[in-house]
Write a protein that binds this ligand. Structure first.
Ligand code: DAH
Length: 350
């Protein structure tokens, strides 16, 4: 019997030191100490021994059991440490004392005013709609009561693609699609059309401090029964006082646009020179910011809406101009320059 114990002891020592993983060790633990393990079998077999033998042999088996447990536990600890060391060695070096990179860039000033205007109009129940930059002649002109050879096209010369499509010269190009899309809900359910659609516009023109070939506008429309100029003025004033956080001097004067009747130019007093006159306002002290008007019956009709029953207003806010006024940017060309020194200084003050 003693021989059996000695041979088991040797066997365990050999196997445990040869084990390379914790899984192998677990198998050894089961083999010797498990329910059907060799040491467990020895303990079970003692029931046939005399009380004297039980005492001496039992002590030896228990000693073997403790020995085996200790051996396995020690090896498990060593293997675990080895595994951790291996994992650490394969990890990239991470120095928590390195300062964080706080240089995260900044939003473009036009993005800032666009988002601000979106928030203001959303709070007044307007939907914000995105629209492509490449449009058809129909969307940009015909549907807006500007037929071919109309002189109003002169001021909106733009870039044409070889397939006859063009880069939109104003955000009004989305009006027809929006009237058609939301007109249904207006006619069937009486839900007014209230939408703004900001976007990039293009014009083939010479650049100076206040003209660029690429600029941003934000168009807005509202159509319902009994919409009048008073509604238009209310929304414009609310928007401007929210954007500038102070009372802004505005003036409304007649303006011609084929897609509105009557049409207006909404000017604000130049915030760069305080109304004295400077290159940014063409020395006039006023800046055209938001042409607007009551949607022309032909435009409503083209959008599938009966002008006898419904009326609406539209406006084309110059987002680029608004950014210039709000942040005191004197030359429009700085905004498209990509010069980080210029663009990095603006922050969202909300
Ligand atoms: N689309 C015109 C332009 O860019 C601006 C404009 C004028 C838009 C009157 C409107 C409007 O919605 O009612 O020159």
């Amino acid at each position: 019997m003693d021989e059996k114990i000695i041979s088991l002891k040797n066997e365990i020592t050999e196997k445990v030191s040869a084990a390379q993983t914790t899984a192998e060790l677990d198998a050894i633990r089961v083999e010797y100490l498990g329910k059907k393990g060799s040491i467990t079998a020895l303990l079970k077999g003692m029931k046939d021994l005399s009380p004297e033998e039980k005492k001496t042999f039992g002590a030896k088996v228990n000693e073997l059991k403790e020995f085996a447990t200790q051996q396995i536990d020690d090896r498990a600890k060593a293997l675990k440490e080895q595994e951790i060391a291996k994992e650490l060695a394969s990890m990239p070096i991470f120095d928590i004392t390195t300062p964080a990179n706080l240089d995260r860039g900044s939003y473009h000033p036009i993005t800032l005013v666009q988002r601000q205007c979106e928030t203001i109009f959303k709070s007044m129940g307007f939907a914000v709609i995105d629209y492509p930059e490449v449009v058809t002649d129909y969307e940009c002109f015909e549907a807006l009561n500007i037929p071919k050879h109309h002189p109003a096209r002169d001021m909106q010369d733009t870039y044409y693609l070889s397939n006859g499509q063009l880069l939109k010269s104003h955000t009004s190009a989305a009006q027809n699609a929006i009237l058609k899309k939301y007109g249904k809900n207006l006619i069937e359910n009486g839900v007014p059309i209230k939408a703004i659609f900001p976007g990039r516009c293009f014009r083939n023109e010479a650049t100076d401090a206040c003209h660029e070939n690429t600029f941003f506008q934000m168009e807005g429309v509202m159509v319902d029964k009994d919409i009048s100029i008073s509604n238009l003025i209310y929304f414009m004033k609310t928007m401007l006082s929210e954007v500038f956080r102070k009372d802004i001097k505005v003036r409304l004067r007649p303006g011609f646009f084929p897609f509105v009747e009557p049409g207006f130019e909404l000017d604000i007093s130049c915030l760069i020179c305080g109304g004295e006159g400077c290159p940014s306002c063409k020395q006039s002290g006023w800046l055209e910011l938001c042409p607007c008007g009551m949607i022309h019956p032909n435009v409503l009709r083209e959008g599938g809406i009966d002008p006898e029953e419904y009326t609406g207003f539209a406006f084309g806010l110059g987002l680029t101009r608004l950014a210039m006024m709000k942040y005191g940017v004197k030359d429009i060309r700085d905004l498209n320059s990509g010069r980080l020194k210029v663009l990095e200084q603006f922050t969202d003050d909300e």
